[in-house]
Design a protein around this ligand. Structure first.
Ligand code: HEM
Length: 314
């Protein structure tokens, strides 16, 4: 059906507004209003990662789970709500680290730096702290006044999603298959719960390296034992993912179906020789991280700058 001129114009206006929203982000956003913002976030993340290296992985995932639900607006940080959704409950970590950084920032620049920006920068600084690539983060996001557990349940992909379901979930956020595969390289760090990969290591999936599956069984019994969190984290940084065009063919060392949550038990010394991030991976990963960080930001006078990341201003 042909589009009427009025709806055609409103479509143009809508597209222009959407483009303007992410166009308003700027890497120099806090240069005058809070010049120490980035250094404060960096040192907060460095301290947290040095006392608990897995925290780098957890902060990276927190940013992903924020951006896929209502956009990168810190909705995931609001107590309750999204935090109770299936993909998040009993699994997300790092809220206290963000709260501590926010407290420090409030003491130097009152109500200036958004929780959404803190989380975006903390994800970048986490990757860097673990030896991965760096990138410049566009800034100026504002914080939501709402969160949605139902959107978290519908928009976050699950560990048993098929390839086409995963691609659709990413496409919905304007991320293509190359972005999806590059971002899945995040699973070279961090841990997963036994329940998320048990079926795969006990014969449910032929597409897994046998020795790797055996090594995971030590921490993941055939029944129960879900409190044992995954395999030891051995890689210190997002390194590489599979060839962008073939996301399902991989080193067969991903513990989760298709998505390769956590990866290997190979000693780090070997990894530093064999799994240094390739230039192609670093480039695809950083491009995709910036795209993910630009999903539907609140800017200008939208939303608010929260005083505390876990609750809306009263
Ligand atoms: C492709 C779709 C994805 C699926 C289905 C998926 C699923 C999962 C699951 C099931 C876990 C384990 C959670 C647990 O057992 O508690 C996990 C962990 C993790 N995911 Fe993903 N994920 C996806 C994409 C991503 C993306 C895009 C990123 C970041 C760019 C990411 C970063 C991580 C990290 C770092 C961990 C480990 C967290 C920790 O140790 O605390 N994931 N993911």
């Amino acid at each position: 059906m042909a589009m009427g001129s009025a709806s055609c114009i409103s479509l143009v206006v809508l597209v222009a507004l959407a483009t303007a929203a992410s166009g308003q982000l700027s890497s120099t956003f806090y240069d005058t209003s809070c010049p120490r913002a980035l250094a404060t976030i960096k040192s907060g993340v460095a301290a947290a990662v040095s006392s608990d290296p897995r925290m780098g992985a957890s902060l990276l995932r927190l940013h992903f789970h924020d951006c896929f639900v209502q956009g990168c607006d810190a909705s995931v940080l609001l107590s309750g709500m999204e935090q109770n959704a299936g993909p998040n409950v009993g699994s997300l970590r790092g809220f206290g680290v963000i709260d501590n950084i926010k407290t420090q920032l409030e003491s130097i620049c009152k109500q200036t730096v958004s929780c959404a920006d803190i989380l975006t920068v903390a994800a970048r600084d986490s990757v860097v702290a673990l030896g991965g690539p760096s990138w410049t983060v566009p800034l100026g996001r504002r914080d939501s006044t709402t969160a949605s557990a139902s959107l978290a349940n519908s928009d976050l992909p699950g560990p048993s999603s098929s390839r086409s379901q995963l691609e659709a979930a990413f496409l919905k956020k304007n991320l293509n298959t190359v972005d999806m595969v590059a971002l899945s390289g995040a699973h070279t760090i961090g841990k997963a719960q036994c329940s998320n990969f048990r079926t795969r290591i006990y014969g449910g999936d032929a597409n897994i390296n046998t020795a790797f599956a055996t090594s995971l069984k030590a921490n993941c019994p055939q029944s129960g034992g879900n409190t044992n969190l995954g395999e030891p984290r051995t890689r210190r940084r997002p390194t590489r993912s599979t060839t962008p065009t073939t996301p399902t063919s991989c080193h067969r060392k991903g513990s989760c179906t298709r998505t390769r949550c956590s990866s290997t038990t190979t000693p780090p010394t070997t990894l530093s020789a064999t799994l240094r991030p390739t230039r192609a991976f670093s480039s695809a990963f950083t491009t995709a991280m910036i795209k993910m960080g630009n999903i539907a930001p609140l800017t200008g006078t939208q939303g608010q700058i929260r005083l505390s990341c876990s609750k809306v201003n009263s």
